[in-house]
Each structure stands twice: as C-alpha cells, then as structure tokens.
Write a protein of this length. Structure first.
Length: 387
C-alpha cells in the first residue's frame, strides 16, 4: 500500500494570455501535513496552460514522495478536473499535449499500484495553491520538499514511512537560493542531418536547410513564452547552432555569445560520411565510437576529450545565468548527451539512449551547491510540420 496524498494545484495568467505561473502542493491525506510546495513562472501563457502545468508539477512532487501513492487531486479549475476525469473532451491541441503529459505520470502511478481521484473545490478552499501560483506569476520559483525532513540527517538509511523505496534526499532550494536554469537546445536540421551524415567540429559545417530555419523560428517562438527575467543565449561556433541561436536571441531581445566548448565532437576522417558508409567500412570502429570513451577516429576527438570541454562549458554557462537567471545553450546532440549523462551518472554506452532531436529543448535547474534537477527532456511539442 502506498501513502495517501493530496495534491492541490492552481495556475494563473495576468491577461489570459499574459504573465503566467503555477503553484502546487502536496499534503499527507491523513494528517494534513504539508509535504511539498512548487511554483514557477511560465512567461506568457493562458490560464488553462498554467493550471495544467500546476497539476503536472503537483503530480511529479507526489511521485517523488511515493511512486505508488494514492493521490487525491483537488483543484478549483472545473475544466482541468473534468477533462482529466474523462468527463469532458479535450479539444485544444495545447491542452491535449499537457493532459497527455499528466496522464503519463498517472500511468506510472497506477502501474506501481497507486491511484488518482479528481475533485473540484471552490477557489476559497484552494488558497494555498493560489498563493503559490501568484509567486510564480511574480517570477519566483519554489521547490520545497518538506517531507525530506523525515529522512536521517546524514542522508543514509531508510525510506520515508509508507514509501515503496528509499530516495536520495534533496537539499531544499530555500536554503541555497534560486537555481540557475539551463535550457539545452539542439540546432535545427541541415541537409547533413536529413541524410544521417556525421558533421562534427572541423568538418563541412553546413547551414540550416529550409526545414531547419523553420524549426529555429518555432523553438524561438516557444522560448519567448517560456523564458522570463534575466537571460543569456550561448551557441557553439558552428553555423547551424549560430543560426538557431540567432533566431532565439532575436525573439528574446538579446545577443548571442559564442562558446566553442559547445561544438559537436570532431569525427575526423569520418566527417561527412553516413552511418551506413561507416558501418560498411569499419563496423568495429563504429561500435567503439559508441562504447569506448578513449577511442578517436583519425584526426578526430575521443568522447573523453569531448566530455572535458563540454563539462567546462556547462560550468561557464551556469555562471553566466547566475542564481535565478536562465541561459539558453544552442548546441549539438553529443554535447547534450554529455551533460545529461553526467548529471544522471550513466555510462557512455547508455548515454546513447538519451534522445536529443533537432530543435528540441531540455531543461536543467542548477543550485549553487551543485545540486541539479532535470526538469524535462527532448521537448519538441513546439514544432510544426513545415511545407
């Protein structure tokens, strides 16, 4: 049996659409004890988007407490409650995407033995979530995990009572200030991307093709809605990243900064070849490229060398953002893999399981004590088909 939890969530927009933010909290259903609080600014969004974002944040916080919990969701949004309960149809495409994200979390809960129920409550009974959503609209980020106080002070032993497994304690952001936000963006497509050709540092360096230019505009439009407050845009030195970054910077009213540390891995003699050609000529070499961090193609760069320069570039980017700020980094697939696998502590060969599609966005929060939280991965919901 999992814990019985209550999620209260809300979202708001000053203008609808306008300056938006969400708030969510989790309580113990039996005692009413406050276990977690969340709030985050969302840029320019509608009320309904903010409300769904609050729901998603609340569900994620509940899963963090107990992945097999019985969760009672309480919101003053009739729309969200009725749609998620399956009684109202979801017609708007943005709402369908967000509802799908929430349903994915719920499926995980149910698969683990938990459950979710839906209850509409009057606004007067949702004051705490409303307060947090106003924090978000005011540009403040809140991520308090009070339930961690139940863990031993040395972070050792023992799951929280009633939870399925022990989890590593997280230092609450309230103790160490606001996090820096890092948004990792992969560039739009080039003809090399479409043809599955390797295109590394020191190679042909093609520009975005028409589809890639459209993708750059679409991700720029999405980030203009998502990024608020102090921000910086950093790109690799390669043309496709620079073009994608220029579109994003223009949408944010900023200039770009170039950091060669974010360049793609150098593939040496293989640059410009397709994976089919490489597999035909050197199947063992291709396997080593994916699994041996010390292996370098003639004239190229090993994964280990790539990781060293990308990790240094990541630290520079976090410093540029500063506490409470945002840095948008426009880079390439391998550097994104390096950052994410380093934060997750997974091996090089397993890092290939991390997708980073063209014009995708992945979000990271980084606190001053080097504690990190990966907010989302490989988001491409902003992309539309290009004619």
């Amino acid at each position: 049996m999992g814990r019985s939890l209550v999620v209260e969530a809300d979202g708001g927009s000053r203008g609808n659409p306008g300056v938006a933010g969400y708030g969510a909290l989790v309580r113990d259903a039996g005692t009413g004890a406050l276990l977690a609080e969340r709030a985050e600014p969302l840029g320019k969004q509608s009320n309904n988007v903010a409300e769904y974002r609050g729901l998603i944040a609340g569900l994620r916080a509940a899963v963090r407490i107990d992945p097999a919990a019985d969760v009672a969701v309480r919101m003053d949004s009739k729309l969200v409650i009725e749609q998620m309960a399956g009684r109202w149809k979801i017609k708007h495409p943005d709402m369908r995407v967000l509802a799908g994200e929430a349903q994915e979390i719920i499926r995980g809960l149910i698969d683990a033995g938990g459950s979710v129920t839906w209850t509409w409550i009057p606004r007067a009974e949702n004051k705490d979530a409303d307060r947090l959503s106003n924090d978000g609209m005011d540009g403040r980020t809140v991520e308090h995990d009070l339930w961690q106080d139940a863990l031993p002070s040395d972070g050792a032993a023992g799951p929280v009572a009633g939870s399925a497994t022990a989890r590593e304690p997280e230092v609450a952001s309230a103790d160490i200030g606001a996090p820096a936000r890092v948004l990792l963006v992969r560039h739009g497509v080039t003809d090399f991307t479409v043809q599955s050709r390797l295109d590394g540092r020191g190679g042909a360096d093609p520009s975005l093709n028409p589809e890639g230019k459209a993708q750059a505009e679409q991700v720029a439009e999405a980030l203009a809605k998502r990024v608020t407050g102090r921000a910086v845009v950093v790109t690799s030195s390669l043309a496709r990243a620079g073009q994608t970054g220029a579109a994003i910077a223009a949408a944010l009213g900023l200039n770009t900064q170039v950091d060669e540390g974010w360049d793609e891995q150098s593939f040496g003699a293989w640059d410009g070849l397709t994976f089919k050609q490489i597999h035909s000529d050197s199947p063992d070499g291709l396997a080593r490229l994916r699994s041996d961090e010390t292996y370098a193609v003639d004239g190229g760069e090993s994964h280990r060398d790539l990781a060293v320069r990308v990790e240094q570039a990541f630290r520079r980017a976090v410093d540029l953002a500063g506490p409470g700020g945002t840095v948008v980094v426009v880079t390439h697939r391998k550097p994104i893999m390096v950052v994410l696998s380093g934060l997750l502590g997974i091996s090089m060969d397993r890092s290939w399981m991390l997708e980073a599609d063209p014009a995708s966005v992945s979000g990271i929060k980084m606190w001053q004590d080097q504690h990190a939280s990966i907010s989302f991965l490989n988001d491409t919901t902003h992309l539309r088909s290009h004619v």
